[in-house]
Design a protein around this ligand. Structure first.
Ligand code: ZN
Length: 721
């Protein structure tokens, strides 16, 4: 589980109201500021041209074009909406719901590229645009959901006796529109609507600031390694990466530097034998956004929680958590809490055992210490070696990023019949990015495009994620999926194969699972396409894919030593498999602590919250082991405070993991991970259906029954009763 708690996991660029994809060829009146190009239309609003049904024109993006492009696209979308709302004809599915699916295409294209820049290419110039435009975009979205005439038409279609004549997918789409509008305040009176819109715009402002503060602490802070002695314990690959980092930061007298990001800090905490430096690195990392300086996030969090609580009340819900979970698979915060607490107890018990094992090693070494949070990863690694005779550094030479990528492609071929072919005929936003065309292995039919952006860079947020550039749809002609996988691997020495850790290999497959979910989509309407499913369900396909990295088929063919080309020895493989339940106490507790705090913050209602105190009190109340901190402390909890997306929703990873563990057992109960029949059922019921059917029903279609929690307990090595 440790590997799946990415900052966002998946970004869904527009769940719900606005359709995806290039449809309208907008000849924008907007012109660039400079005289020379004054006659050119803003390239951002143009229809995507080129092969594969059009691709994003990343080569033409200029930050100064974002604002006029967004404004023009919003104006265009409002005009479309007004036209739908003012239609003199009786409301029908076609003239209302389908018309809405056709609208907003320009805005969707612009927002897609705008989002890509925010996550991958951020700069001071971009951030200024973001600060100005995000509240405007929030206000814009309210203008649509608060359009009374439009809502009346949606409601009429939804309540019409004619509805039974629609296809099940069209009925579900009508339901989605109706509930999304109601949940966004369509039924409120005018005064409440005004207040709601104010709240949404203020929240958008806070979210932007929160992310910018976090990015600043991650980019600007670092740990300087001054002398050779500061490198003690680090394997050569980390020494090299630290040296590169110091060079990038122009620290001419230092031997290395550790960036304040997860991908740099965690390996340092695992290997550095300098306890004083581990503590320094640890404190720097867990205090991101919490330093009482210009980038401190605490005041923002208090405001966000207040505004969310007020909004929930306005909308008629007990709390923000109740509002958020209504359409999730869990349905209520109580059900989510119940699952979390059921897993919490055995996880804490396991942590006690893990700490005992670590303390023993510290005593054998006569270290004279008591295990502290900055010791956990370091001693866990020693226990791993002692108990399983497994040294992560011995595994790493077999884990070449590019070979594993080929392994993922092979798995996608086995399970989904996909073939990946590299292409160079589409523009990219940075020379590091590569693109593959996905086709059907048997028919050769085009399926979509997969962009791969694996390396860390300044202006890119930390973590790993999938992004959907274009969703599959069919109702107005075939439009295919475009997705990306992004990560933050430290590039290391040029010309040498990039070696990654076992955890990173699992993350790679995880994010690829999201991509396959998007690529497998086979639906009619973009709002219901691919990964546009409930938040506590969306991690299920991606977590499921993690299992395949551990299959002997992948490891024997693709886990090849970077120097000898020899596959990972069976003996080492067995060790890796034996150690798979290792440290699950830690992984589960650091995750669950964050998920429980998230839920409790959003169940607390209108009280004014001091985030530091609330976090401390909540952790004390649930009996947080003192050797562990939350995976994301509140002031850096981007999932929850950089947007609404995962607010009261961080539990989703656990909820999805219940489905994941139970679903994988369908394979192991049959012929194994490559059982063709089970893979077919998976594709048919889970990966291809998007949000066209209820998710609990989709799961039953695959498994023949509801999921059981016992599989999750077995997967983590916890007692099942
Ligand atoms: Zn994910």
């Amino acid at each position: 589980m440790s590997n799946v708690m990415k900052r966002f996991g998946v970004i869904l660029l527009f769940a719900g109201l606005f359709a995806a994809v290039g449809f309208l060829n907008m000849e924008s009146p907007v012109v660039r500021a400079d005289d020379k190009a004054a006659a050119d239309p803003n390239p951002l609003v143009a229809k995507w041209e080129g092969p594969y049904g059009g691709v994003p024109a990343f080569d033409k993006v200029r930050v100064e074009d974002f604002k006029p492009a967004l404004e023009a696209a919003m104006a265009e979308n409002l005009a479309e909406i007004d036209k739908i709302a003012a239609n003199p004809e009786k409301p029908t599915f076609e003239n209302t719901i389908a018309a809405l699916e056709r609208s907003g295409r320009t805005l969707d294209r612009v927002q897609t590229i705008y989002g890509i820049w925010g996550s991958n290419m951020s700069s001071k110039q971009y951030q200024a645009v973001e600060s100005e435009m995000d509240p405007k975009l929030a206000g814009f979205s309210d203008k649509i959901t608060q359009n009374e005439a439009l809502f009346k038409r949606i409601e009429a279609v939804y309540n019409s006796p004619e509805k039974t004549k629609l296809t099940p997918e069209q009925q579900r789409l009508s339901w989605r529109y109706y509930t999304n509008f109601v949940r966004a305040g369509a039924k409120l009176d005018a005064a409440a609507k005004t207040r709601l819109s104010e709240i949404n715009q203020q929240l958008a402002k806070h979210y932007t600031k929160f992310s910018q503060n976090l990015l600043a602490d991650e980019n600007e802070q670092f740990l300087e390694l001054k002398t050779e002695a500061d490198l003690a314990g680090l394997p050569q690959s980390l020494k090299d990466a630290a040296a590169e980092e110091a060079k990038d930061r122009k620290l001419t007298s230092a031997v290395g530097a550790v960036a304040n990001t997860r991908s740099s800090i965690e390996p340092f905490l695992t290997y550095s034998s300098r306890r004083d430096l581990r503590e320094k690195a640890f404190r720097m990392f867990v205090n991101r956004g919490d330093n009482g300086d210009a980038h401190d996030n605490n005041a923002i969090i208090t405001e966000v929680l207040q505004l969310r609580a007020e909004r929930a009340k306005l909308l008629g819900y007990q709390t923000h958590a109740h509002w958020r979970l209504e359409n999730a698979m869990a349905k209520t915060p109580e059900r989510a809490m119940e699952l979390m607490m059921a897993v919490w107890k055995p996880a804490v018990a396991r942590v006690k055992e893990e700490v005992t094992d670590m303390q023993k090693i510290a005593e054998q070494e006569k270290a004279g210490i008591t295990i502290e949070p900055w010791d956990y990863r370091y001693y866990a690694e020693k226990v791993r070696k002692a108990k399983y005779d497994l040294d992560q550094n011995e595994v790493k030479p077999y884990l070449q990023l590019e070979k594993l990528r080929e392994g993922m492609f092979w798995v996608a071929g086995e399970l989904f019949n996909f073939k990946f072919t590299p292409v160079t005929n589409v523009p990219v936003y940075h020379p590091d990015i590569r693109v593959w065309e996905v086709t059907d292995k048997t028919t050769g039919k085009h399926v979509g495009l997969w962009y791969f952006d694996p390396y860390a860079r300044a202006g890119k947020r930390s973590g790993a994620w999938m992004n959907s550039y274009r969703s599959q749809e069919r109702f107005d002609g075939n439009i295919t999926t475009i997705v990306s996988n992004n990560a933050n691997f430290v590039k290391g020495k040029p010309g040498e194969p990039l070696l990654i850790s076992w955890d990173d290999a699992i993350t790679l497959f995880h994010e690829f699972g999201h991509a396959l979910h998007g690529l497998s989509s086979n639906v009619n309407y973009p709002t219901l396409s691919g990964t546009a499913v409930a938040r506590d369900y969306v991690e299920f396909p991606s977590q499921l894919m993690e299992h395949w990295v551990e299959t002997p088929e992948v490891l024997q063919k693709y886990a090849l030593h970077y120097q000898t080309g020899k596959p990972i020895p069976q003996e080492m493989l067995t060790k890796v498999q034996n150690a798979s339940k290792f440290n699950q106490g830690f992984a589960t507790v650091e995750y669950l602590a964050a998920a429980i705090v998230d839920m409790k913050l959003h169940l607390a209602g209108l009280q004014r919250i001091d985030p530091d105190k609330f976090e401390r009190d909540t952790l004390a109340e649930i009996g947080m082991p003192k050797e562990i901190v939350m995976r994301h402390r509140t002031p850096q909890f981007g999932h929850v405070f950089a947007g609404d997306g995962y607010s009261a929703g961080y539990y989703s990873y656990l909820w999805s993991d219940v489905l994941n563990a139970d679903a994988f057992e369908a394979f192991t109960e049959a012929a194994g991970p490559y059982d063709k029949k089970i893979a077919e059922r998976l594709q048919k019921n889970i990966f291809s259906v998007g949000n066209t059917i209820d998710q609990a029903e989709a799961y039953r279609g695959f498994r023949g029954r509801d999921p059981k929690v016992a599989a999750l307990m077995r997967k983590r090595g916890f007692p099942t009763k």
